[in-house]
Ligand binder design. Structure first.
Ligand SMILES: Cc1cc2nc3c(=O)[nH]c(=O)nc-3n(C[C@H](O)[C@H](O)[C@H](O)COP(=O)(O)O)c2cc1C
Length: 418
């Protein structure tokens, strides 16, 4: 007979959700039962610097609306410096995009006051959630004493949460961390780290745990995303024992099957590189995991069309305060300092197609971009030229029998989605 020992009581958290504290520890043993997630969206796209910028997030929203999106990490100081003011009402949106209910802004920093002020600004401009980065191992971030080094000083992270509470931050605050850092890699240490945060005056409502420990010396951030090996068992155990805490697992989820089985062990699954390399994977999840009928999903051609339209609207809105002469029809004009570069706008589109079709599209996009820059083409024209050339090239390859089996499979897949 499974038993649950209540070591402490439940408390009401700031967002009015009655959540049982994690020190209400379950000692149930045996095979874990399938869980019922406590997240409105069980799948999310990981924060990725230089990837999940506002434009990429717009593209992802056109692909699907079933997943929570995380902004790339933005330093608290950048938020404070760009807080909306009468002279500069919109520069903040260059970093974090327009407020959107599906989007969480990830903050980097270690100064409690600064982090709290930044969180309050994020709340005031209309975002519904902030996330504190306690997972990034890069040298620059380490020198700034934030990211995963903060796992070594749980009291400092708790002070950040306390400061947010003191500043009256009401939106949910979550934390993204690793299972350990350097030699602080025992399960007990991870529990100590989380328990310290949960004793703060603003306990995180949800933690996202990257199931790979961080090595701060001798490994680059890129290497540290493949070594040491992932240890999901740590995350499953956490999700089982910290009953009241909403736990999302991250790291290496690149197939529907892995996501599905992960969701049987914790509340949510966060996906990074798979979405970076193949954004349409979100629609695969929609069909195969969230049971959305293919007819309800947007085809690639419409996604591209709407993305281009959105880029023009967003950028006009976000940049017009700096440059009232901004002309949305001639999108790329090098003289306009704050206009996002053509390559920045086109990058999110480049991975939309996979296989041979993807390779052709990326090549044609690159060529059209060079031509577009030279001739100051509008964004739409660059994309249309690239699409047309890619189609011609595809037809030629097909006629010459160059098309690989992979291309054909890809085409069939796309036709089914459409
Ligand atoms: C290009 C890139 C940039 C990243 N930037 C961030 C970041 O800004 N904040 C963060 O918490 N993690 C960052 N990460 C780590 C991811 O959020 C994620 O934890 C990691 O990639 C493991 O998930 P995956 O195996 O699904 O990719 C980044 C990862 C990549 C590949």
């Amino acid at each position: 007979m499974p038993t649950t020992i209540r070591l402490r009581h439940s408390i009401s958290l700031h967002r009015n959700a009655l959540i049982t504290l994690p020190n209400v520890r379950s000692v149930t043993s045996g095979i874990p039962l399938p869980r019922k997630s406590r997240l409105a969206r069980t799948t999310s796209v990981a924060p990725m610097i230089d990837v999940t910028n506002p434009h990429f997030l717009h593209l992802l929203r056109l692909i699907s609306s079933s997943h929570t999106l995380y902004s790339e990490m933005v330093h608290a100081n950048a938020i404070i410096k760009n807080a909306p003011s009468p002279s500069s009402p919109a520069s903040l949106y260059r970093f974090i995009g327009d407020p959107h209910p599906d989007t969480v802004v990830q903050l980097g920093g270690s100064d409690p006051e600064q982090m709290a002020r930044a969180a309050k600004i994020v709340e005031q401009v209309g975002f519904g959630e902030v996330n504190v980065n306690v997972g990034c191992p890069s040298d620059r971030v380490q020198h700034g004493c934030f990211g995963v080094v903060l796992m070594k000083t749980p009291d400092r992270v708790a002070s950040i949460l306390d400061a947010m509470h003191a500043h009256g931050v009401h939106i949910p605050v979550t934390v993204k961390c690793r299972i350990g850092v350097d030699d602080l890699d025992s399960y007990e240490y991870l529990c100590h780290f989380l328990s310290t945060l949960l004793r703060s005056s603003l306990p995180p409502t949800h933690v996202i745990v990257h199931a790979r420990k961080a090595w701060l010396h001798g490994l680059s951030p890129k290497q540290n995303r493949t070594v040491p090996p992932l240890d999901y068992e740590r995350v499953w155990r956490l999700a089982k024992e910290f009953h009241g805490l909403v736990v999302t697992a991250n790291g290496g989820f690149d197939t529907v099957e892995k996501v599905r089985s992960g969701l049987e062990r914790c509340d949510g699954i966060m996906i990074g590189r798979k979405v970076m390399d193949e954004p349409m994977f979100l629609q695969t999840l929609d069909r195969e995991l969230h049971n959305i009928p293919p007819t309800a999903l947007r085809p690639i051609s419409e996604i591209i069309d709407r993305y281009v339209g959105l880029c023009i609207t967003i950028s006009t809105h976000a940049f017009s305060t700096h440059n009232p002469a901004y002309n949305a029809t001639i999108y790329y004009a090098p003289s306009q300092r704050h206009t996002p570069s053509l390559s920045l706008l086109l990058k999110p589109l480049s991975m939309l197609r996979t296989g041979g079709a993807g390779r052709r599209f990326r090549r044609c996009l690159g060529e059209a971009m060079v031509e577009g820059k030279r001739n100051e083409w509008a964004l739409r024209k660059v994309v249309e030229v690239a699409l047309e050339k890619a189609e011609e090239m595809g037809a030629m390859d097909m006629a010459e029998g160059v098309e690989t089996e992979e291309d054909v499979a890809e085409e069939v897949k796309e036709a089914v989605v459409a």
